[in-house]
Design a protein around this ligand. Structure first.
Ligand code: B4P
Length: 190
């Protein structure tokens, strides 16, 4: 199963991807996590990315694609994957299609988690308190939501156009949302 998880910041992509990874026994590839690992390692790329992430902007498409190509060069993605946080704009969606086409592993399904803006802001404020992630500050969150609406929302239509989109209501407990995702995925496979 090759899944892409779409949704605004705070919609639960990372949370649900961790669950799906256990259930489907395929790797979870989070571009946010890959970037945060570079930041934590203090690499030149990480230093460059941190500034952009803290402002709530998107890191450059070139950096992201290089990172993704490196990740997909590993054997474990052959049995499938859950991609979380990528693509975030149409250029990234095209780049992903080209990469996966070369690998002979096209996306099976894109799952969009639908959560209203007020709740997104509440969740991210909660995480800011609990984890202190520097891009969860109110200014960065405002910017991330703007970037999502301007650049990432069109990616939903991109997958709809390919007849690969399912929309899942992302409000409720983590277990409830997970059950909805599984039902949607199973319905699509049949
Ligand atoms: P990400 O790490 O992808 O951050 P995110 O959009 O906030 O999603 P995340 O997975 O962390 O949050 P989730 O919804 O699970 O990206 C961070 C930054 O990296 C971006 O802003 C950008 O700068 C850069 N970046 C990443 N990918 C990029 C790309 N492709 N191109 C360019 N730049 C890129 O969870 C949020 C909170 O909600 C959590 O606290 C969670 O506990 C809570 N929650 C989840 N589900 C819940 C539920 N059902 N009920 C209550 N709370 C819930």
């Amino acid at each position: 199963m090759r899944l892409v998880l779409l949704g605004a910041p705070g919609s639960g992509k990372g949370t649900q991807a961790a669950r799906l990874k256990e259930h489907l026994q395929v790797p979870h590839i989070s571009t946010g996590e890959l970037l945060r690992a570079e930041v934590a390692a203090g690499s030149p790329l990480g230093r460059q990315a941190k500034e952009v992430m803290d402002r709530g902007e998107l890191v450059s498409d070139e950096i992201l694609l290089a990172m993704l190509e490196e990740r997909f060069s590993r054997d474990d993605t052959r049995k499938g994957f859950i991609l979380d946080g990528y693509p975030r704009n149409i250029a990234q969606a095209n780049a992903l299609d080209a990469l996966l086409h070369r690998l002979g592993q096209p996306v099976d399904l894109a799952v969009q988690l639908d959560v209203d803006t007020e709740l997104l802001i509440q969740r991210l404020a909660g995480r800011a308190q609990a984890e202190g992630r520097s891009d969860d500050s109110p200014d960065a969150v405002r910017n991330r939501l703007r970037v999502y609406n301007e650049s990432t929302a069109p990616v939903v239509d991109y997958y709809r156009g390919q007849h690969k989109l399912v929309c899942v209501f992302g409000v409720g407990s983590v277990d409830e949302v997970f059950a909805r995702i599984l039902a949607a995925v199973e319905e699509h496979i049949e």
